[in-house]
Design a protein around this ligand. Structure first.
Ligand code: SAH
Length: 238
């Protein structure tokens, strides 16, 4: 499916995500069109090809179709004024799209454990249409404190695994209407669940060798409802 979502340019890529029913929110599509993926990939890397791309330090920017799926699942929770947490923010691309959606009265927080990527993501965001939200503090990216042992092993994750200490979220700006996790956790981290607002939604890949993209809805009484949206699979490192 994903090859059909390549684009000649950023707008074309977003149009193709919509045509393929991967991106089902017009508000999210407008925000994606305002954030140029080319600002977030390395120089000489194809920005509008529908696949993950290396961003250095062993990390990748997720494929446009994964960004599209996650935005579709979260768009109802990314209204103007909402608060959103992006754990494993990596390139900062999705954090910037989230920030545009929640706007000047909202709050978008990225947490990333590789300090160089935190800095690089901030520089990338400054190039584009979400820069003003960085200046006002409505958008911020923070370094998490982690152990990196998860990065070794014989499996190449499609989404990178979340290490144990990275489950802490960012309590200072909690609770959040929406939480997106861009790295797979072995189990759903309690701290993230507790930082989700009643009525809010979290999207998180869970699993070790086989992963599910889990959607967790916290109801107004605080109870949780969850389902698997789709499977994601680890492939062997070649
Ligand atoms: N949505 C991001 C995904 C980047 S890949 C993007 O499209 O750019 C996942 C990211 O999670 C990597 O940058 C990795 O460094 C980061 N990561 C992995 N474990 C983490 C943890 N415990 N805490 C914070 N970030 C983590």
């Amino acid at each position: 499916m994903s090859w059909t979502c390549h684009g000649q340019n950023n707008a074309d890529m977003v149009d193709n995500l919509q045509k393929n029913n991967i991106l089902t929110s017009t508000v999210a599509a407008e925000a994606m069109k305002q954030i140029d993926r080319a600002d977030f990939v390395l120089p000489d890397t194809p920005a509008y090809v529908d696949s993950p791309q290396p961003i250095g330090h062993g990390a990748t920017i997720s494929a446009p179709h994964m960004h599209g799926y996650c935005l579709s699942l979260l768009s109802d929770y990314l209204k103007p004024g909402s608060a959103v947490l992006d754990v494993g923010s990596g390139s900062g691309y999705l954090t910037a799209v989230f920030a545009l959606m929640v706007g000047e009265n909202g709050r978008a927080v990225g947490v990333e454990h590789i300090p160089e990527l935190v800095e690089r993501s901030i520089q990338s965001i400054k190039k584009g249409n979400a820069a003003h939200l960085l200046e006002t503090g409505r958008l911020s990216v923070h370094e998490g404190h982690m152990d990196k042992s998860f990065q070794t092993g014989n499996w190449l994750p499609l989404t990178r695994r979340l290490s144990s200490d990275g489950k802490l979220g960012y309590p200072d700006a909690a609770p959040y209407d929406a939480i997106h996790v861009g790295a797979a956790a072995a189990v759903v981290p309690d701290a993230l669940v507790s930082q989700l607002k009643p009525g809010g939604r979290m999207v998180i890949p869970v699993g070790q060798f086989m992963q599910d993209l889990i959607v967790i809805d916290k109801k107004s009484d605080g109870s949780l409802k969850q389902h698997s949206e789709m499977g994601v699979r680890y492939v062997p490192l070649v």
